[in-house]
Design a protein around this ligand. Structure first.
Ligand code: CP
Length: 377
């Protein structure tokens, strides 16, 4: 059952009723039918809305393109900036963001894209009663892609429906929808894991800690880990913030072993290959009261596996010991590097959407073949 209330349907009741009826038909598609709607005739993703639409081939393409892009940009910035000069994108952020907004914006700049933004909704004609459907369709008249963050759990579905209802179906990228999904964050977290584990993510134990119930980065990220063989996923949270049954069922259906740990983090730290901390998402209600048993303390670095990593999608509060931010000689601490990886991951995603990813990888191979000293960026 799709909840319609957190989409603004405009000031006209008859129009709202009509639109809602049409949307409800689209929202009733099965997961497989929805995925088909998000792919083109060659099977490539044309809308990036859900982590469950990613497969291992796609993720490898994104990781290899991101790695290539950061080296090519260092050596041949002009080439990178020539790739998508004819393309434009709207960064449409209806909920606060620092890193997703900025990293998309810089990713677009690296590819030479023309970019505009809407962040202050007081400047939108929605204040005059225009529905979000008409507002999004208007935006689609001027750009070649839309990157959007929204407080609604179903905005991604809604946006694809709006695109498909028009005769200008632009690529739509979900930059975070309510509590449900944050697929581009999941892709960049995966890229961070992929670099650390040299692409070998089978037989691993992943620990997601904090607000597992409402954390969209956890919902999307855990789904990607379940693509791998022999995956064990711990959800480390008090009972009231434990993983929702829908995500748990999804993971189990894909043979991931799911373990819910409600007593605290200490016993899980030595077992995990990745410890993924998250903030309590109190923007969705309740108070952010931190139980010390679920905080990553500095002394846990001593009990962590030598090959494990500590991640956090950010923003953070007190769930990671503040002393950890000042440690520079422990490569397992990844939450700052993760942010830079995010920009290159988003370069790769945008390049993929506009079919320029192979050009980046080819250029990288060419630079390598002439023996130029490649460097990371
Ligand atoms: N990780 C993340 O989505 O951060 P922002 O909310 O700052 O974009």
């Amino acid at each position: 059952m799709v909840i319609l209330n957190d989409i603004y349907w405009g000031e006209s009741a008859p129009v709202a009723k009509y639109d809602q009826h049409k949307f409800a038909e689209f929202a009733a598609l099965s997961p497989r039918e929805l995925e088909q709607e998000c792919r083109d005739q060659h099977g490539r993703l044309k809308h990036i809305i859900r982590a469950e639409h990613f497969d291992l081939d796609f993720l490898r393409t994104i990781c290899e393109t991101a790695d290539a892009a950061r080296s090519v940009a260092k050596m041949e910035d002009k080439f990178m900036k020539s790739l998508l000069t004819a393309k434009s994108v709207l960064n449409y952020f209806k909920q606060p963001s620092s890193r997703t907004f900025l990293s998309f914006s810089m990713a677009e700049a690296h590819l030479g894209m023309r970019r505009e933004e809407v962040r202050d909704l007081k400047t939108s004609s929605e204040v005059k009663g225009e529905s979000e459907k008409d507002s999004l369709r208007t935006a689609s008249s001027y750009f070649d892609a839309i990157v959007c963050r929204h407080p609604s759990d179903i905005y991604d579905l809604f946006a694809v429906w709006v695109m498909k209802s028009s005769n200008r179906e632009l690529p739509f990228v979900n930059a975070g929808s309510g509590k449900s999904e944050h697929p581009t964050q999941a892709a960049l977290d995966y890229y961070t894991d992929w670099r650390w584990f040299n692409g070998d993510l089978d037989n691993k134990v992943f620990a997601y800690v904090g607000d597992c119930k409402r954390g969209r980065t956890i919902h999307s990220g855990a789904k990607l880990m379940a693509l791998h063989k022999d995956t064990t996923i711990y959800f480390v949270a008090p009972e009231e913030l434990q993983i929702d049954p829908e995500t748990e069922r999804y993971l189990q259906e894909r043979d991931a072993k799911v373990i819910k740990e409600t007593n605290g983090l200490a016993s899980v730290v030595p077992l995990a290959h990745k410890i993924y901390m998250t903030r309590i998402q109190d923007e969705h209600g309740g108070k952010a009261e931190y139980d010390p048993n679920f905080i990553f303390r500095k002394e846990f670095l001593a009990t962590m596996r030598p090959d494990a990593i500590l991640e956090h999608p950010m923003p953070k509060r007190e769930e990671i010991d503040p002393a950890i931010d000042y440690i520079k000689d422990d490569p397992r601490i990844k939450h700052w590097e993760e942010q830079r990886n995010g920009m290159w991951g988003r370069v790769a995603l945008l390049a993929y959407l506009f079919d320029a990813d192979a050009d980046i990888r080819c250029r990288y191979e060419k630079i390598k073949s002439i023996g130029a000293g490649l460097r990371d960026n």
